[in-house]
Design a protein around this ligand. Structure first.
Ligand code: ARG
Length: 623
């Protein structure tokens, strides 16, 4: 991520909340000041969160600086003394409780509890949006899902749909305008064969509904077989392509019909997953290909090779074919043109493609071609920028590509429905065991089963590093223990139930916590981090911003998953050691004891006792 101005500057959001940046950025600003006071040359601060026993954050500049000073006259004896100096010269700040210097100059920084509390309070009252990372791009394209018309939409496309949607959401959260693009494979020679087959098998296809064609995948297979077996058919199919591409009405109409049927099937998946996508398929870019290739010709970038027109790319043995031997265009010519359109017409600054890693070479080659012609800067990190987000395979329990038992491609709608059905069955079983089934309406059962079932599939995919292959297992993803969506939903439900039982209105609590006079007089609304588990949870909460930043910069949703899982675990730790349930039995008594209690989402036993003793409420508000 290239920061908008300087990484350490604080722009304001549209809502005019001053964006101070993540904890890491704020600490970096302090370290930078210290470094400036010590060294004439500019040194970029190196600050990172660290394991609890070393403090909360660490500045790791000393060793690097020491190695740069080698052979030069310096006041410093060793890296440790550089660390000491950095610590000593940190400006006065309410953020920092204490510092210490370890080993070869690591500066350990402990944050002040008071500052953490203030930070959480701020998050709670002003909303989480102000902690969105500050990115330099304003408009991005995320090209994801992108199945092929009439061919199967397989688990690889599902993975692209889930990960692509999450990347889009992360960027949108970071105030980037995202063009969500479904680059469907809706153009190419296969349509000649499909159209010709349609005409033959369904002479009155124009009047017949979609059912006439039935299953498009079977239709594709049958037409392919005929294409391979019957030379006359093959010739007619090839003519059909020409007629389609020259825009002949009947052929275009048939093509539209086939696309329409595929689209309906894709939409069933998008609806279930609540994914928004705008279809701009390969056919959309077709009219622009000629002009784009002419630009390449004018720049002498196209050569002839074995009858084809190609662009030679450094580092590859084979060239990028942009016009096939038969004069037709291909995947690469379309993608090159599509990139031109996204850069020049749509003015996107970051273009992200989400597909299986198998396509990496294709992407790298046409990215290189775009660099050759000067559409993209020479440096891969500069903007406008392109990124291929490669995905590993989805495997079955046998370690092979995920398929059905009869080794067919799994129909995605059926896969999603199975997750939902399984979670509904489990839910019903549990409700029956507790004698609570009669409290639930069908609609409630349905929506809960959807949340759990679809959520489980999404999370199982997102939590893995996207580059690794992952094994699809309903049993694992629907487990209520371990790192699963079910566990996270459970942790969330538990927090909601605590809030419900407290019978407090959260909005009221927020208001109370901003009321200065109460704070001064009584401490009400103040978040007090007394217990170690309370502090650990608090610290984790304020690290949200830097985690989103990292996830966006590296396009890795699993970073966000890990954060969320740890957050749930820490909440559980906090909940267990701070005995919230015990606290609730005191709640009524406490309310009666003190009219001052306006905020009581979370309190630990120690705080409750202190409050009873002094009449002052110490509360932890779970953000
Ligand atoms: N249709 C392709 C496939 O199914 C994916 C397209 C990805 N996007 C792109 N601009 N090439 O593999």
């Amino acid at each position: 991520i290239v920061p908008m101005s300087s990484p350490l500057e604080a722009p304001t959001t549209s809502r005019n909340i001053k964006r101070v940046g993540s904890v890491k950025q704020q600490l970096s600003r302090l370290v930078k000041e210290s470094l400036e006071s010590l060294f004439p040359d500019e040194v970029q601060p190196i600050v990172a969160a660290c394991q609890a026993k070393f403090g909360d954050y660490q500045c790791n500049n000393a060793m690097v600086i020491w190695s740069q000073l080698k052979g030069k006259a310096t006041q410093f004896k060793n890296p440790n003394s550089i660390g000491q100096a950095i610590a000593k010269n940190l400006p006065e700040s309410e953020m920092i409780e204490s510092t210490s210097v370890a080993g070869p100059g690591f500066v350990n920084i402990e944050l002040s509890n008071k500052w953490i509390s203030k930070h959480i309070q701020n998050m709670l009252v002003n909303g989480i949006e102000q902690w969105a990372p500050i990115l330099s791009v304003r408009r991005a394209v995320v090209d994801f899902s992108s199945p092929n018309i009439a061919k199967e939409m397989h688990v690889g496309h599902l993975r692209s749909t889930i990960i692509g949607d999450t990347l889009a959401r992360m960027l949108e959260f970071s105030n980037v305008e995202v063009l969500r693009r479904n680059h469907v494979g809706d153009w190419g020679t296969q349509f000649g064969m499909l159209i010709e087959y349609l005409f033959e098998q369904f002479p009155n296809w124009e009047d017949a509904g979609d059912q006439a064609i039935g299953d498009l995948q079977a239709f594709y297979k049958a037409s392919k077989k005929k294409f391979d077996d019957d030379p006359d058919f093959k010739a007619r199919a090839q003519q059909a392509v020409v007629k389609l591409q020259s825009g002949e009405g009947k052929y275009r109409h048939a093509w539209q019909k086939i696309c329409e049927i595929s689209r309906k099937e894709f939409d069933l998946v998008y609806q279930r997953l609540n994914v928004q996508l705008e279809e701009k398929g390969e056919s959309f870019y077709n009219p622009y290909i000629r002009g784009v290739l002419e630009e390449f010709e004018r720049n002498n970038l196209i050569k002839e090779s074995e009858g084809a027109r190609v662009v030679e790319i450094d580092g590859y043995d084979i060239p990028l074919i942009v016009v096939k031997k038969d004069g037709g265009y291909n995947y690469a010519s379309t993608d090159l043109t599509c990139l031109w359109y996204r850069l020049k017409e749509e003015k996107a600054e970051w273009i992200i493609y989400v597909t299986d890693v198998g396509q990496q070479q294709h992407f790298h080659m046409f990215f290189s071609a775009a660099r050759l012609i000067g559409w993209l800067p020479a440096s891969k990190d500069a903007y406008p920028k392109v990124s291929h987000v490669g995905l590993g395979l989805v495997l079955g329990s046998d370690g092979k590509r995920f398929r059905t038992r009869s080794s067919e491609v799994v129909r995605l709608v059926e896969l999603l429905d199975e997750a939902k059905d399984r979670s509904r069955a489990e839910l019903i079983k549990r409700l029956e065991d507790n004698g609570k089934i009669t409290d639930w309406t069908d609609a409630e059962l349905e929506s809960t089963a959807e949340a759990v079932g679809y959520g489980a599939i999404k999370y199982a995919d997102l939590k893995n590093n996207r580059l690794t292959n992952y094994t699809f297992s309903f049993d694992q993803m629907l487990n209520d223990k371990g790192n699963t969506a079910v566990y996270l939903l459970y942790a969330h439900a538990r927090i909601c139930s605590i809030i419900n039982k407290s019978s407090k209105d959260i909005e009221e609590l927020k208001k109370a916590s901003t009321c200065m006079s109460w704070k001064i007089n009584t401490g009400i609304g103040k978040i007090v981090l007394d217990h170690v588990d309370e502090r650990a949870l608090g610290l984790h909460l304020i690290q949200f911003a830097e985690i989103v930043e990292e996830a966006c910069a590296n396009l890795l949703p699993n970073v966000l998953c890990e954060y969320l899982y740890n957050l749930s675990e820490m909440f559980t730790g906090f909940y267990t050691s701070c005995q919230v349930h015990l606290m609730f039995s005191f709640l009524d008594m406490i309310q009666a004891h003190s009219q001052l209690l306006h905020i009581s989402v979370q309190m630990n036993v120690k705080s409750v006792n202190a409050m009873v003793d002094t009449g002052v409420t110490h509360t932890f508000v779970s953000a």
